[in-house]
Design a binder for this molecule. Structure first.
Ligand SMILES: Cc1cc2nc3c(=O)[nH]c(=O)nc-3n(C[C@H](O)[C@H](O)[C@H](O)COP(=O)(O)OP(=O)(O)OC[C@H]3O[C@@H](n4cnc5c(N)ncnc54)[C@H](O)[C@@H]3O)c2cc1C
Length: 485
């Protein structure tokens, strides 16, 4: 394709390449494109090529992306610059767009994922001998993941010192407003969003559609609701899955529909300030995950702790399928897995419980769990998902030790004492008294009968004996590392 010749009278456009930063407010790539004074071509590329180490997005995330792009396209239309959609290998697509449009600059977000970094490197190299530059702006994180270092200049592996260094080095900056106008460029060909077929053909997305409003406006409403209702009780409320005690901003943050600075700032304005520091700590966990992925990109597939490389995982197809379908016979686990399937989201406490059951009691590889979450979460995030799975499996940075094995029954009793969460998601147990809701197999036959529960018929028997599963996990740990505790 012939490169468009830049005429002296007509200013060359800039490409505004959106990635996981699908917003206009407090978005530095958007601001830089607007401030360039050049015509702006906003573009989003769906890269589902199999170029390594790129990872194609999962099913639930595709649903989110469709709606988020619809929302972004509407906002860009109002600014006068329509969103251009292209599908294909991101490197080839960007280079083709530069040729096609004569763009003199590309403004985009800086992403910590290995696939994005490889893409950027390839683009920057290909542009070396051209009059076009790639400008990466910090659009997804509070801080650049590689800039926080230990005193010896190394990456952090433990959260608390990372968070102290973070708070010492990173200074709050007020969020920037969205531009009022973008100079439109001449027409550039775009795919139609519907042709990308991001939405499921079998309609499993009803629960997601009821729960979420993807896009910048939906993110703003979610944040405002959280600040008005829940942030003051966050310290306690964040551990109770039956309450709306957390912000549920994770998919909005993952897709960059709201900037972490906006969230950081706005929660600070909450009346009472109760849970603000604890909440901001969670935002710093998000940064820590990005920091780890930046420095240890192998964590997407390999355990960070080498002693776990030869761990004696089991293959257990039946156990894994029961886990995926929310049919393990362990109520809190089934509730979580069904919430995940219905909403594309699961409460953090329950994510830890279900992950622990999979990797410890069932001894199924953490990668299998990570892959399932990747496909089913609307907030599936390479850094957060891999770091947290490795955290639960005891094989990552600052991980919970493997020998500390959650008992899902005790976790259920502690964090869902009235069984509200279980009753919501596992309605076949709804009539059981509180005393048995987390361990129906201990209920006397008459109690089960009165609640309409027939174990093994209306609700499964546990897929694993919890005491035996625990002992087997500890034996596996001893085999792998020589340590049983
Ligand atoms: C096995 C497992 C897998 C996970 N996979 C993901 C994932 O793919 N994507 C994801 O965003 N989170 C993941 N998490 C972290 C956490 O569960 C979710 O971020 C949280 O449940 C989202 O709900 P919320 O927005 O209401 O959180 P809030 O409690 O309101 O927290 C605010 C924000 O802080 C960030 N955050 C909170 N906890 C963590 C954490 N442990 N690690 C990193 N960031 C955090 C999120 O962006 C979240 O939106 C995972 C946790 C576990 C145990």
């Amino acid at each position: 394709m012939a490169r468009v010749t830049k005429s002296k009278t007509k200013q060359a456009p800039v490409l505004l390449w959106f990635r996981r930063d699908l917003r206009l407010t407090d978005q530095d790539a958007v601001a830089a494109a607007a401030e360039s004074g050049a015509p702006v071509i906003p573009v989003f590329i769906l890269d589902d090529s199999d170029r390594k180490p790129q990872r194609a997005i999962g099913g639930a995330a595709r649903w989110w992306l469709h709606h988020s792009l619809e929302s972004l396209a509407g906002s860009l239309d109002k600014l006068g610059s329509p969103l251009i959609l292209r599908r294909g290998d991101a490197v080839e697509t960007i280079l083709a767009l530069v040729q096609e449009t004569g763009a003199e600059a590309i403004h985009t977000g800086f992403m910590p994922d290995p696939g994005d970094r490889a893409t950027d490197k390839a683009i920057a190299e290909a542009l070396e001998r051209q009059d076009c530059r790639l400008h990466r702006h910090r659009t997804a994180l509070l801080h650049d993941p590689h800039k926080i270092k230990t005193q010896t200049g190394n990456p952090f592996r433990v959260f608390t010192p990372f968070s102290k260094a973070f708070e010492a080095q990173v200074h709050v900056r007020p969020p920037a407003p969205a531009p009022k106008h973008l100079i439109p460029s001449t027409q550039t060909k775009s795919d139609k969003l519907a042709d990308w077929e991001l939405l499921p053909t079998i309609p499993w997305d009803k629960g997601m559609a009821e729960e979420w409003t993807p896009g910048e406006a939906g993110a703003g409403v979610r944040l405002a609701d959280f600040v008005a209702d829940a942030v003051n009780d966050y310290e306690k409320g964040r551990d109770i899955p039956g309450d709306a005690g957390t912000s549920r901003l994770s998919p909005h943050l993952h897709w960059g529909e709201i900037s972490p600075w906006q969230v950081w700032e706005v929660v600070g304005e909450a009346k009472g300030h109760g849970g603000v520091a604890t909440y901001r700590r969670e935002l710093i966990w998000r940064e820590f995950a990005a920091h780890l992925l930046w420095h240890f990109p192998q964590i997407t597939d390999q355990p960070l702790r080498p002693e776990f490389a030869e761990f004696p995982w089991r293959e257990d197809h039946a156990g894994e399928t029961a886990w995926q379908r929310g049919q393990t016979g362990i109520p809190i686990v089934d509730a979580g897995m069904r919430e995940l399937w219905a909403l594309g989201w699961m409460h953090n406490r329950v994510r830890m419980i279900v992950a622990s059951l999979l990797v410890k009691h069932l001894l199924i590889p953490w990668k299998d769990g990570e892959n399932w979450f990747w496909d089913t979460l609307v907030d599936a995030d390479l850094a957060a998902n891999c770091v947290n799975w490795q955290w639960v499996a005891g094989c990552g940075a600052d991980a919970a030790p493997f020998f500390r094995i959650f008992n899902p029954v005790l976790q259920g009793k502690k964090f869902d004492p009235s069984g509200r969460y279980v009753r919501d998601w596992v309605p076949e147990l709804a009539k059981l008294p509180d005393a048995y809701i987390h361990e129906p197999w201990t209920a006397p036959e008459a109690v089960l009968r009165a609640a309409g529960v027939r174990l093994g018929v209306t609700y499964p028997m546990p897929v694993v004996d919890l005491a035996a599963g625990r002992a087997r996990a500890l034996a596996a740990l001893k085999q792998a590392t020589g340590r049983g505790s």
